[in-house]
Design a protein around this ligand. Sequence first.
Ligand SMILES: Nc1ncnc2c1ncn2[C@@H]1O[C@H](COP(=O)(O)OP(=O)(O)OP(=O)(O)O)[C@@H](O)[C@H]1O
Length: 900
Amino acid sequence: MLGFGTLTKKVFGTPNDRKIKATRPIIDKINALEPEFEALSDEGLKDKTTELSDRAKGGESLDDLLPEAFANCREAAKRALGLRAFDVQLMGGIFLHQGNISEMKTGEGKTLVATLPAYLNALTGKGVHIVTVNDYLAKRDAEWMGKVYGALGLTTGVIYPQQPEAEKRDAYRCDVTYATNNELGFDYLRDNMKSSLDEMAQRGHGFAIVDEVDSILIDEARTPLIISGPSQDRSELYVSVDRLIPDLVDDHFTIDEKTRNVTFTDEGNEWLEEQLKSRGLLPEEQNLYDPESTTIVHHVNQGLRAHKLFTRDKDYIVRDGDVVLIDEFTGRMMPGRRLSDGLHQAIEAKEGCNIQPENITLASVTFQNYFRLYEKLSGMTGTAVTEAAEFAEIYGLGVVEVPTNQPIARVDEDDAVYRTTAEKYDAVVETIREANTKGQPLLVGTTSIEKSELLSEMLTEAGIVHNVLNARQHEKEAQIIADAGKFGAVTIATNMAGRGTDIKLGGNVDFKIMEAIEADPEADPEEIRSRIEAEHAEDEKKVKEAGGLFVLATERHESRRIDNQLRGRSGRQGDPGRSAFFLSLEDDLMRIFGSERLDKVLSKLGMKEGEAIVHPWVNKSLERAQAKVEARNFDIRKQLLKYDDVMNEQRKVVFKQRLDIMKAEDLSAIVRDMRNEVIDDLVETYIPPKSYADQWDGEGLHAAAQEHLGIDVPVTDWVAEEGVDDEEITERLEKASDEFMAKKAAAFGPENMRSIEKQVLLQTIDTKWREHLLTLEHLRSVVGFRGYAQRDPLNEYKTEGFQLFEGMLDSLRTDVTKTLAQVRPLSEEEQAQMMAQMQQQRQMLDQQTEAATAGAAPNPEAAAEGFDENDPSTWGNPGRNAPCPCGSGKKFKHCHGRLQ
Ligand SMILES: Nc1ncnc2c1ncn2[C@@H]1O[C@H](COP(=O)(O)OP(=O)(O)OP(=O)(O)O)[C@@H](O)[C@H]1O
């Protein structure tokens, strides 16, 4: 019987059906244009691009241009790749252009789909970014689809790790740029650490098409991108905080062993405030709950955790003066691993070890916030519906299911559950043997490199010839995939065989042709081509008769999507195929999340050794377990985003200001405004409003003017004058400092002065912003501990985060004014010294950034590594006026530089 819901869907159509129907007239238009575009010459296609682009720039809407643009792009792909986009692909492209997520089943040709909206949107002249999950795909797609854009007269770029700066900038200036989410995010962060516009790599964020959108915007969204570097030495602080901890008594704090958190009681807080003040760790006028106290409170918390929650020889050991962590699951030492947020340093202080500098965040952004920078965002995936709610909530993206071109012919079997891992693997090997005997190609999915190798050993023992695709076999990836669909092939893979792994039944014909040409370079390539194509058709037929590709998975992943992706390597473009999951009660997912009920039911059903239970109920129960994990992860991400939103708003303000400063020719007005605000503040401090003249502190103001503005003016005389008020004094100070700065500008030359102002502004913003990031991190870890249990930590974080931000802007003004008041032309000697220092710093930062980008912990010693004062080839490019790296004490130009 049909439920009421199903019935109404049948009568009115689902919202998805309606969206699909709405594209029909557009697709008809594109199809009707086909003969007209077929008739165009190759040049004609490019001319069409120029025409469409002119019309777009002239104000015609992209929606109006869509049919012609899609028709042109389809024609170009036909000529360049021999692929004619199917109607469902056009449909997927329309949804992308409209800023949706197009859900298209695995193997439906999403790579080609992306070219349609990318081309249309690139007509505006703003670059389009196509985001892939890994570097291999970015490169593959840029090369593959680059032919289509080339035929249309557009340029294609690709971004990759450690790319030379100039090349990277060019790639971003292409019409369409392929890149991974990691590279895009890091480039954005790095750009906002640059000091001039032409050093910036990216040129804005117009339209992005995120391929495999759920993996990028959902799986990876939990880990923020971070560029870090070492901070200043704060060992003294750790030691002073550490001395305080043993004096705490039991009713000062509570400990929660489960969450590994500590909280101070009201009494504890009172005691702490007093102690911190008496030890000079907290200014007298400051309260423990002031936002300014965040950092010290954070360190006290970490000190307390170090003492009460971390036990020597259980959680860590002390070896050669280092604190080395112990893995709680394996009991092994983890040298080199460090606890974050100053906790490791707190333990070092507790053990009297050397305190190593902590790494601080120089810049950070979550993928969620990076992608929200784009004016228009869209995505593609094989499997989004499981996360539709999250896409709508966080990114405002709708998900539309696009029908498949051909009905899916793959048979997905119910899971087979065994009692033990050993029984499972026995069954896996047996099943592989059966399929292999009839020649059906197999892709066997495993969850780790170790497991893939273990299974490989078993197959070798069983005498089954096979290939292994895992990170160790990275180099041979393309070849292994090209062979995986051949008659009788067995390929064991980790989840490297996921998105983008395009396994062709009978093998990859292009590879076969290439091989044949290489084997016989004398022969006519065209002849080889037609011969191999004919042979390949036979191979393909044979494999189809054997049942197509069989995907056999040996474990379920935490996320349903990853499982579906693995299944989707089979049954592409309507091909026959089969998929099955073999599991055991000892699998991680079953142990951790499989409900006890499952266990009971299975034993009731009476599992016998070596026998599997296959029942749809088991599948449902497992999916529920997976859904639970997904829901938990979703909550974590939402929480992360809420906290990150606070920083995100501030980051946007700061990055925008930076950009404005970089763009500005002349910042003297801004700098003067800052100076005047500082003067207002000074006058207000020393000559309080509505106060009597005898309360005025002329001497204080005199000293402050000297310190902050660099001017020595007779303030004490001024305040003694008859009829002089605060306004008058403010004006005199403004005038005096204007004159002082004007003289300075004349000494430097106006042009130099403008550039000094710019550099000082940028550098001060950067320093302040970094300090602020650190304080925000600390704030985040302390809001939860605050004694006010009834307050919402997130709200606390928002309010205090805002106050800290305002405080940062205030101190920014003061610092810029002070620094500019102090700058003076340098002697040649000083200049040389400074240049050398700056260069060293820059090199160090670059190296650290690279290290952080590569995912490795930045190693402060790395900068010195490789440098050898006896070997000029290790010196890089020393400045001509810098001290010679050989250590002679002479300038480079007068020493080794002379040799060049
Ligand atoms: N219009 C077309 N006509 C014929 N073949 C096509 C067409 N579009 C794509 N294909 C082929 O379909 C295969 C799958 O393409 P692609 O790898 O882009 O799929 P996908 O949707 O990205 O799959 P997955 O996400 O599972 O990797 C490729 O071999 C491609 O050449």
